[in-house]
Design a protein around this ligand. Structure first.
Ligand code: GLN
Length: 199
């Protein structure tokens, strides 16, 4: 893809995909919705949005996207999961529903609804490991990262807790960076895609 604008897919089966499309477009990316294996095959990177991980799990099955998505991620296609998207990537989950599957590609444990079922939503100051001003983190029935595997880099914290991580070509955040106009994590993701596609 050298020289061309990276084409970034946003999994659009369910959840907050439109806001990710807007954030990626603000940064100049060619952002497209992905609902089919053919659409997935045409992108250089893929975002997994927030929403409801149990529903997305079922829709990954019925859309035929589960295997091609797992294969793309295993082949090094950059992926960025937010909130439910982080749950889809996690190696282990706590408080999943019976039979809930994940891609098991990111070595963290995610506790679903980790701030309690009552706490539907809150905003908190997210400190980026790269420095600069805090981000406003919008947490909506967010998961909590309760274990970070060796080799998983912490990109951001809320207090002492990791809330954004990276492992190779895989990025994930427990909050919703697409719901503010602070696009710094999307920028990191796009930089990773540019490196992978040889620009
Ligand atoms: N609690 C949701 C889940 O388990 C995630 C919430 C979100 O993505 N905003 O999927």
């Amino acid at each position: 893809m050298a020289g061309s604008t990276p084409r970034v897919g946003v999994l659009a089966l369910q959840g907050a995909f439109r806001e990710h499309i807007s954030a990626l477009q603000r940064l100049g990316a060619d952002a497209v919705e992905v609902r089919t294996p053919a659409e997935l095959a045409a992108v250089d990177g893929i975002m997994l949005p927030g929403g409801e991980s149990t529903t997305m799990d079922l829709l990954l099955g019925s859309s035929g996207l589960r295997e091609p998505l797992a294969a793309a991620v295993a082949a090094g296609t950059p992926v960025f999961g937010t909130c439910a998207g982080l749950i889809l990537l996690a190696r282990d989950i706590e408080d999943g529903v019976e039979g809930q599957r994940t891609l098991q590609v990111l070595d963290v444990t995610a506790l679903r609804n980790g701030y309690g079922r009552q706490v539907k939503s809150f905003e908190g100051p997210v400190a980026l490991a790269s420095g600069g001003a805090d981000m406003v983190g919008v947490f909506i029935r967010a998961p909590r990262i309760t274990r970070v595997g060796e080799g998983v880099e912490i990109l951001a914290r809320l207090g002492d807790e990791p809330v954004a991580v990276r492992s190779g070509s895989i990025m994930a955040a427990t909050f919703h960076p697409e719901l503010t106009d602070d696009d710094r994590l999307h920028e990191v993701f796009l930089a990773g895609i540019a490196n992978t596609s040889g620009e």
